[in-house]
Design a protein around this ligand. Structure first.
Ligand SMILES: [Zn+2]
Ligand SMILES: [Zn+2]
Length: 158
């Protein structure tokens, strides 16, 4: 919370939520970020790109309005064209390799931060699971989330 935000203590909950900040960093600390909004959606994805990007069974991404996110530090980018012909950019720390965020030309005003790099993601829950059909047998799923075999149009994937 900003210094000015402290004075808001005790204000209605909706005001507190507007002041919410999510901070994060890569493994080595060379890249840091701040998101000053609530995520539009938190999605877990089991597609092949996310499996290889993460080195494990899935990614969990929190999609934010790009205007609410500032990223500091040097990043490397990997770009590819998705099956839907949009350009996807995956940004990662060139020193430690942590995936930090993804962008997609299909949703140019948004940026998806990896939940695992967030300092404190308490209060955020996975709302949907996409590309469930590609899920590796060794990766576990909870039973209470909404799963899509591929992806509905509004999710932040390729
Ligand atoms: Zn790093
Ligand atoms: Zn994916």
């Amino acid at each position: 919370m900003e210094a000015g935000g402290v004075a808001h203590f005790g204000w209605p909950y909706s005001v507190e939520r507007m002041n919410k900040k999510y901070t994060g960093k890569c493994l080595c600390g060379g890249v840091t970020y701040v998101a000053e909004a609530e995520p539009v959606i938190v999605a877990q994805c089991h597609c092949e790109v996310c499996r290889r990007l993460s080195g494990t069974g899935h990614t969990v991404g929190a999609m934010f309005p790009a205007s609410a996110v500032s990223v500091h530090g040097r990043l490397s980018e990997f770009r590819y064209v998705s099956d839907r012909r949009s350009e996807v950019t995956k940004a990662f720390c060139p020193t430690c390799g942590s995936p930090v965020y993804g962008k997609n030309t299909r949703a140019p005003d948004h940026i998806t931060l990896t939940l695992g790099t967030m300092d404190d993601a308490s209060g955020l829950d996975v709302e949907v699971v996409i590309f469930e059909r590609d899920k590796a047998g060794w990766d576990q799923l909870g039973d209470s989330v909404v799963c899509f075999a591929t992806q509905p149009d509004w999710t932040p994937e390729g």
